[in-house]
Every structure is written in structure tokens, then in C-alpha cells.
Design a binder for this molecule. Structure first.
Ligand code: TYM
Length: 357
């Protein structure tokens, strides 16, 4: 990765680096037990962007601290995320894989953006309401300002594209609003170009929201009390087969049209998983299983999951067995990310008048 197209124009005398590069950024929290939703909704798309974008994929360990934090497990969980990126096919020679806390500029920019964002914007964030639950007063302040740190992650690298699952849509809208307000308040260029590109979310049409195997109305999640609700990337073949066999269904045969799926969340979820894994349009998966039983769909899905997930899990285990090698990859990634991030911060500090132009 280079900054070869840097300094193409300047704003208030500040040269804008990397402003025309197609740059993808995304993050995954090291909370342990990465699952199928993380893979199909996000990580597999990180891999697909490598030929068209400069990519930075970040283990967002500062974000993981916003909920219950265990200092004795976070490093191992961070390695798990790095291993998943690499096992899925991210090339760490060409692209950057690193941990957020190793690049202090994320936290510095987050503070500055906290002074740009408005309280009213944050108070609309639905994920805070869900995660804080009923006892909002006791949620960490970090959980409340979480989306601003996310905006800092993205903007620190002048990222143009952000591959994420559907649940991050609202956070991305906030990041866009923050970029726009910063540009308007401090940095609208004479050329009409903005200092921060307004980042585009990249959300897939299939498997953007993988649902729980025990309840098709709930998102598949690491925090679900039921282990049977999710396929973990390190599950073995028997475990995957068992979880799919036990997955909730309804009593009817599978329908021949998408509209009928609107009231059948489990059928919808299993068919969309099939479509994503078979690389088919949803309509094709529906047509393929129309009139058949759930058993036929589950047998097919189970085989596809075992083919796709087991090699990934095996490779993750192999990589995780060498903690020092993963730490070295993360350290190299952090050094590369810091160089880009610090260049941005020099510009930001100047634009804000904190250091001389
Ligand atoms: P996290 O760690 O919760 O999830 C990582 C990625 O997995 C996606 N995802 C899902 N996709 C489909 N179906 C599901 N059931 C499912 N569950 C999770 C998420 O959408 C996400 O893309 N806030 C982010 C991390 C983050 C970030 C960023 C992302 C921090 N900074 C900057 C993009 C850009 C999060 O909680 O991810």
C-alpha cells in the first residue's frame, strides 16, 4: 500500500493525502467466537475488495472494551480475529491488518469528532438502546460514543468504502454526517473536494443480516445465550451438522415465492444462507427448493457450510497456534497504519488550528 496519489490538492494550504484512492476500511470486535454472520455479512467481502481497493482491516479492541471487558482474554481474541482475516484470504503483504489500540491516532481523532458530532445524533442510535438495555444509566460512556470512534476509524485513513453487515448501517450514516460536518465547518476545499471523503457503506444483498438458528426474528450474535443459535467459525463438521439439524423451522413446505417468506423468518433465513453459500440469487434458491421439505434444504445447507467453514476453522486454528507470528503481523500492520494515520492527524490538527499551518 502506498500514498502514491497523495498531495493532489490542498485545503487551506493543507495538502490532502490519498483523497482519490479507493480505500476500504472495516473492523471486527475481538469479543471471542466469531460466527457465520461475521463471515458472510462482512469478512468474506473484505476479501473480495482486495483487487480493487487498498484495504485496512482492523481488530477493534477499543470498541470491545465498551461492554464487559476481560484483560486476560482480549489479546487471544484479537489474534482470533486476525487469524480469521488471514484464513479467509486477506493478503497481509498487500493490505493492512492491525489492532485499533496500537494506533493511538484513532482515539485522538475520536475526541475531535466528539466535538463535531451532536448529542441529538447519538441519542438516535438504536444499537446503543439495544445494548444498554433497560438500565441505560449504568451503560459505559464508551458504549454511548462508540459510533464516533467508528467514524474516527474510517476517516483516519480517508476511507472511501466500508464493507459491513446490515446492522452497521445507522453507524455508517452517522460517520457520513460527521465527515460532512467536519468538512463544512473546517475544510471545504476551493476545488470543491472535501478533506474527508464521505464514506460509502458496502452492504451485500444476501446474508447482510444472518439470523439466529433458534429464532429467525433475532440477529445471529456472539452474545446470544444459546450456543445452538450460531455457527462459530471454529465449529467442527459434526457440530455444524447438529446445529443445522436442530435449527428452528415451521410446519409448512418451502414456498415458491419471496413474498411468502415475509411471514416465515426461519425459512427466509435458511434460504438466504443457501443463496449466499451457493452464490445464487435468492430467487434461484427459492425456485430450487420450492415445495420441498426443510429436511432437503438443511441437508444441502449443512454440506455447503461444512465445505466452506471447516477449512476456514482449521486454518484459523493453525494460525492461532503461533501467537508470536500473529503478533508480528499485527505489529507490522500497526506501523503501516500509524504512518497513514499520523499524516492525517497532522492535517487535522492544522485544520483545527491546534498547530501552525
Ligand atoms: P462486530 O464485531 O459486531 O461485527 C463485525 C462485522 O460482522 C457483521 N455482522 C453480521 N453480518 C450479518 N449478519 C449478522 N448476524 C452479523 N453480525 C455481525 C457486522 O455488521 C460487522 O460488519 N461496530 C462494528 C465494528 C467496527 C467497524 C468500524 C466497522 C468498529 N469500527 C469501522 C466498520 C468500520 C461492529 O460492531 O462489528
Amino acid at each position: 500500500m502506498s500514498d502514491s496519489s497523495s498531495q493532489q490538492f490542498s485545503i487551506k494550504g493543507v495538502p490532502i493525502k490519498g483523497a482519490h484512492i479507493k480505500r476500504a476500511f472495516s473492523g471486527v470486535q475481538p469479543t471471542g467466537g466469531l460466527h457465520l454472520g461475521n463471515y458472510l455479512g462482512a469478512i468474506q467481502h473484505f476479501v473480495a475488495l482486495q483487487d480493487s481497493h487498498e484495504c485496512l482491516y482492523c481488530v477493534v479492541d477499543l470498541h470491545a472494551m465498551t461492554a464487559a471487558h476481560d484483560p486476560t482474554t482480549i489479546a487471544a481474541h484479537s489474534r482470533e480475529v486476525a487469524a480469521a482475516f488471514i484464513a479467509a484470504g486477506i493478503d497481509t503483504n498487500k493490505h493492512i491488518v492491525f489492532a485499533q489500540s496500537h494506533v493511538p491516532q484513532h482515539a485522538e481523532l475520536a475526541w475531535m469528532l466528539e466535538c463535531v458530532a451532536r448529542v441529538g445524533w447519538l441519542s438516535r442510535m438504536t444499537q446503543f438502546k439495544e445494548k444498554a438495555g433497560k438500565d441505560r444509566e449504568r451503560a459505559s460512556v464508551g458504549l454511548y460514543v462508540y459510533p464516533i470512534l467508528m467514524a474516527a476509524d474510517i476517516l483516519l485513513y480517508h476511507s472511501t468504502h466500508v464493507p459491513v453487515g446490515d446492522d452497521q448501517k445507522q453507524h455508517l450514516e452517522l460517520a457520513r454526517a460527521i465527515a460532512q460536518k467536519f468538512n463544512n465547518d473546517y475544510a471545504t476545499g476551493a476545488t470543491g473536494e472535501d478533506f474527508f471523503p464521505v464514506p460509502e457503506p458496502l452492504i451485500q444483498s444476501r446474508a447482510a443480516r444472518v439470523m439466529s438458528l433458534r429464532d429467525g426474528t433475532k440477529k445471529m450474535s456472539k452474545s446470544d445465550a444459546s450456543a445452538a443459535s450460531r455457527i462459530v467459525l471454529t465449529d467442527d463438521a459434526d457440530t455444524i451438522a447438529r446445529k443445522i439439524k436442530k435449527a428452528k423451522t415451521d410446519p409448512d413446505f418451502l414456498p415458491d415465492n419471496a413474498q411468502a417468506l415475509e411471514t416465515r423468518p426461519e425459512a427466509h433465513n435458511l434460504l438466504s444462507l443457501h443463496a449466499a453459500l451457493a452464490d445464487m440469487a435468492m430467487a434461484q434458491s427459492i425456485e430450487h427448493f420450492a415445495g420441498q421439505s426443510f429436511a432437503a434444504l438443511k441437508a444441502d445447507l449443512s454440506d455447503r457450510l461444512i465445505d466452506r467453514i471447516c477449512p476456514l476453522g482449521d486454518e484459523m486454528r493453525r494460525l492461532m497456534a503461533d501467537a508470536a507470528a500473529l503478533d508480528a503481523i499485527l505489529a507490522t500492520g500497526a506501523a503501516r497504519a500509524r504512518a497513514i494515520g499520523e499524516a492525517t492527524m497532522v492535517d487535522v490538527r492544522r485544520l483545527l488550528g491546534l498547530i501552525g499551518a
